[in-house]
Write a new protein. Structure first.
Length: 169
């Protein structure tokens, strides 16, 4: 299998894979990845999209409506939030942060991205009461079954959580 075919196979197997993960997974230099990805893009085989500061790659046939959702769910914390809401229903942000053991600032960062994707919604009640709920149960169920963060993505999220514990602990 050629280098280009390996890159394309990795992108097909893991929609939303980001640039650095391609390099780690395939043990390729950045220049090699850039060269072959550009060629794949010119041949209309793959697309790239930048979300939250990361470049993510998708097979041309991958549903454009789900691309940002997949990019967000490559983050372990975002997946944990959705899993919590799926299992426990609508919840106030303070409860989610407490149950997941994360800082409110980290929770809000991920809630904003999940809201951008319309996977969740914040509902405002009387006073300052806020609850968070899943907006699209079917899409969330499908995505949680398909998208799994990689080991480096998990470690990045866990480092962020550790850093938050030190700062806010």
């Amino acid at each position: 299998m050629t280098t280009r075919e390996r890159i394309q196979a990795a992108i097909r197997a893991e929609p939303g894979i980001h640039f650095n993960e391609l390099g780690r997974r395939l043990t390729l230099a950045n220049g090699q990845i850039q060269y072959h990805v550009r060629r794949l893009e010119r041949a209309d085989e793959v697309d790239q999209e930048i979300y939250a500061g990361r470049t993510h790659y998708y097979d041309r046939d991958f549903d454009p409506e789900l691309r940002r959702d997949v990019a967000v769910l490559r983050r372990e914390t975002a997946r944990d939030i959705l899993s919590y809401l799926r299992d426990n229903g609508s919840s106030p942000p303070a409860e989610i942060a407490k149950r997941l053991g994360i800082a409110r600032s980290t929770l809000e960062y991920h809630l904003d991205r999940l809201c951008d994707c319309e996977l969740i919604a914040k509902c405002y009640g009387t006073g300052s009461a806020v609850t968070v709920k899943i907006s699209n149960h079917e899409t969330v169920r499908e995505l949680l079954g398909v998208v799994e963060p990689t080991f480096p993505e998990r470690m990045t999220d866990r480092f962020t959580r550790l850093f938050d514990d030190v700062l806010h602990g």
